[in-house]
Design a protein around this ligand. Structure first.
Ligand code: GDP
Ligand code: MG
Length: 375
């Protein structure tokens, strides 16, 4: 179990070591300042000192793991940076055609042999255009996008902002714009539904210019591409521009490393158990790899691509559905391939405890006074 020294506990609480030692003694534990006590004991002592809500879990195991991982990385990695496909997120107001656009892009680009195959929805997929791969993240709600960013998960290289030409800029368009700007990624505007009567692409350009998003043909630096997700018009232009914008960013990763990635979606499958879609961001993920994902560990039993085909490896920017985790992680959790299984399990346990402590805090009744007031 995770442990900490008496001094570490005192320091993390901002209490004096003498107070901690005295409280330990009152609980029948004789401990000196450098002695290790387990987490549960630390929690009790903190609570008796009135610090229950402020217990800090020491990160020593995590640091140790990361240091060891770095060593291992150095050993296995050939240190080569290679171009990787761009990762694109599609955002915009409801009903402006995000899903339809992704469907059309996907259909246009599914190779003939796969067209009849069963496709599986995994929240992320790859298409090939002009011999190059592009990864799309299925429009997560703005909330999911923000939550992932709040947790430090930067997964998107480019945002496609979809605006219906017959409806113009709407509240969620502005919200999406704000999120994309906060993420500090380039934006490409897809003016959708240009096949519709009443479609007015210039009005969209005008409205977004007022927000400081100026079309490149009006002297700004944002590409605005007129498209119809229904007829397919303009889709190839959109894909070409996305590759161009990606090229300006020189997106690179090292496929020889142990893999790192971010969880896009996870759930408990009644037949297959914990199932997660991971976007590999660096290194190459393979079956049999042992992974640490948030407070969960496991050995990858099998991986699938977005078409439900078994994957023997997933290189940078590849989304993969993985089976073999011992629990269900959360969207935004970082995935790391690790070589020290024991240490990884320790870190996972420690994180789970920290999460538990956080939950404890939020479940705590506000104060005695308030309880009595309601009685
Ligand atoms: P989302 O909420 O942004 O995902 O919007 P959807 O993709 O579900 O599209 C909303 C509706 O608009 C659906 O009925 C689509 O068929 C329709 N739609 C989407 N794109 C186009 C388009 O380019 N032209 C036309 N005429 N209809 C479209
Ligand atoms: Mg949709």
């Amino acid at each position: 179990p995770p442990t900490m020294t008496v001094k570490e506990l005192a320091d993390s609480l901002g209490a004096s070591a003498a107070d901690v030692i005295r409280t330990l003694m009152q609980n029948g534990i004789m401990a000196t300042i450098n002695q290790q006590i387990d987490y549960d004991t630390a929690e009790i002592i903190a609570s008796e000192l009135g610090y229950e809500t402020r217990l800090v879990v020491p990160q020593t195991d995590e640091e140790k793991l990361l240091a060891e991982l770095e060593e291992e990385q150095k050993r296995v990695s050939k240190g080569v940076l290679q171009p990787r496909p761009p990762v694109i997120t599609v955002m915009g107001h409801v009903d402006h055609g995000k899903t339809k656009l992704l469907d059309t892009i996907r259909k246009t680009n599914v190779v003939a042999g796969e067209a009849g195959g069963i496709t599986q929805h995994i929240g992320a997929y790859q298409v090939e255009y002009q011999g190059r791969k592009i990864t799309f993240l299925d429009t997560p709600g703005h909330e999911a996008f923000t939550a992932m960013r709040a947790r430090g998960a930067q997964v998107t290289d480019i945002v496609v902002l979809v605006v219906a030409a017959d409806d113009g800029v709407r509240p969620q368009t502005l919200e999406a714009l704000a999120h994309a700007r906060a993420a500090n990624v380039p934006i490409v505007v897809a003016i959708n539904k240009i096949d519709r009567e009443g479609a007015n692409p210039d009005r969209v350009k005008q409205q977004l210019s007022e927000q400081g998003l100026v079309p490149d043909d009006w002297g700004g630096d944002t590409p605005f591409i007129p498209v119809s997700a229904l007829t397919g018009e303009g889709i190839q232009d959109l894909l070409s521009i996305l590759l161009l914008v990606a090229d300006m960013r020189e997106l690179k990763a090292d496929p020889t490393r142990l893999a790192e990635g971010t969880i896009i979606e996870a759930h408990l499958d009644p037949n297959q158990g914990p199932t997660a879609t991971v976007l590999v961001q660096n290194g190459t993920l393979k079956p049999r790899d042992f992974v640490l994902v948030g407070s969960v560990t496991g050995r990858i039993r099998v991986m699938f691509d977005d078409k439900g085909q078994k994957l023997r490896k997933a290189e940078p920017s590849t989304p993969a559905r993985i089976i073999g985790l011992e629990g269900v992680p959360e969207a935004g959790d970082k995935l790391l391939v690790v070589t020290d299984e024991k240490l990884a399990k320790q870190v996972a346990l420690q994180r789970a405890k920290a999460a538990q402590a956080a939950a404890l805090v939020s479940n705590r009744p506000a104060s005695l006074e308030e309880l009595f007031k309601n009685a």
